[in-house]
Design a protein around this ligand. Structure first.
Ligand SMILES: C[S@@+](CC[C@H](N)C(=O)[O-])C[C@H]1O[C@@H](n2cnc3c(N)ncnc32)[C@H](O)[C@@H]1O
Length: 397
């Protein structure tokens, strides 16, 4: 989209076009395009219809409130979930930060949460269309600067002053290449070098990275928080310049509850036989190296080295893992499992697995569940070899 069309889209004229585009059940249809073209030119019609499509996708992903913002396709894909953005904003507020620079603010999902938490926000965005949408989303109370972050922070001539002492910095680097989403820090923009410079400087800084970041890359000065929302591992945030957050430490944070567990890098859970209960830890706990601590809390152990299933004989209520009662222990031989499925009249079969090279969807097809009951199978190595556990999910109180 060109800059003029983006400016028009966020103007009153564009908003009227958006109201009309929203009346089409299918904004991608030829009739929608033809209908819109009666009143607006080709670029404007296409922009309003594609914005409508993105808003509907956003409402599905982020809830109804997000359906009235302006998006680019990349901006929507990269936008932080509202609950995660709100948690991050609270952490800055609690540290006494009152002004925050959002370096590479995208369409402004994090910036919106910063502003809602009462922070003064300055966003920087190099893509002019994204910056126009960010400004429209954030309103006139937030300053959005269009340009390269390096011109504002760090080396290079500064047209205007960047973050001042005492001001906070947030950076959520783009992690996309021409081939799609990338997890390699070499593909970050702003660059990984820029980001590590921020993390080793003096300001209160948070950098959002993908949850798969190798531990060895995280600067010693940073505190790492692996965040999951409703069981989805969504990001790792690296924090520096927050005295309450120990440098070098790692923790898991589970939203929406806000439960936190500190990792103990290098310590593994004790080994255990399969007990009455099986625990499937939240992925943030695994990534934060907090399995041994969780196992201690649950009076449980690991059922095989390097396998993140814990087992024990006591049922403990925990937000950090899903609990299952172990009903039967079967060998993994497909013939045996298929017979079990048939004999128990299973029609809906959930298959979980770790450490076993099998495609659950393919296996389910081969096991041919056609009955009337539901079951959950867990395929995993144990100290006594691979097993298929028949388990029952225990709902939390
Ligand atoms: C991952 S997105 C930010 C998403 C944002 N946190 C949100 O939740 O909506 C990163 C943004 O940084 C911008 N960007 C990348 N490199 C930049 C640079 N060197 N200077 C300024 N902006 C940059 C990209 O255009 C992109 O919009």
């Amino acid at each position: 989209m060109d800059i003029a069309t983006a400016q028009w889209l966020v103007s009153e004229g564009g908003r009227e076009a958006l109201r009309q585009a929203d009346a089409w059940a299918d904004p991608t249809s030829v009739s929608a395009a033809q209908g819109m073209r009666r009143q607006w030119n080709a670029e404007q019609s296409a922009a309003a219809l594609s914005q409508t499509r993105l808003r509907r996708r956003a409402a599905l992903k982020f809830g109804a409130g997000a359906g009235s913002l302006f998006y680019t396709s990349d901006g929507l894909e990269q936008a932080t979930r509202p609950a995660v953005a709100a948690w991050r904003a609270t952490r800055f507020v609690q540290a006494g930060v009152s002004t925050i620079w959002d370096l590479g603010c995208g369409i402004g999902a994090d910036a919106l949460a910063f502003a809602a938490a009462g922070l003064r926000v300055i966003g920087v965005e190099r893509d002019p269309v994204t910056a126009i949408f960010a400004q429209a989303n954030l309103g006139q109370g937030v300053e959005v600067l269009t340009g390269e972050v390096a011109e504002l922070v760090g080396a290079g001539p500064t047209g205007r002053p960047g973050p001042q002492p005492g001001e906070g910095i947030f950076c959520d680097p783009a992690r996309r290449t021409d081939r799609g989403r990338s997890w390699r820090v070499q593909d970050f923009s702003p660059s990984w070098e820029f980001v590590t410079r921020l993390l080793t400087g003096n300001a209160s800084v948070c950098v959002k990275v993908g949850p798969g970041i190798p531990r060895a890359l995280i600067p010693d000065a940073a505190h790492a928080t692996w965040v999951s929302e409703s069981g989805d591992l969504v990001e790792a945030s690296l924090w520096a310049g927050f005295p309450a957050l120990g440098a070098g430490a790692a923790e898991a944070l589970l939203l929406p509850g806000g439960h936190m567990l500190l990792g103990e890098p290098g310590s593994d859970p004790v080994p255990a036989e399969i007990g009455r209960f099986l625990y499937e830890p939240d992925p943030a706990v695994i990534r934060a190296g907090a399995l041994a601590r969780l196992a201690d809390d649950l009076d449980a152990g690991a059922i095989a080295p390097g396998i993140a299933y814990l087992s024990g004989d006591r049922l403990e209520d925990t937000p950090f893992a899903e609990a299952f009662e172990v009903l039967e222990v079967l060998p993994t031989a497909e013939k045996t499992v298929r017979a079990w499925v048939r004999n128990h009249d299973i029609g809906v079969l959930e298959i979980k697995k770790r450490g076993i090279d099998v495609d659950p969807a393919e296996l389910r097809r081969r096991l041919r569940p056609a009955g009337t009951h539901k079951a959950t199978l867990v395929l995993t190595p144990t100290s006594a070899g691979a097993v298929a556990l028949v388990v029952r999910r225990i709902s939390r109180a």
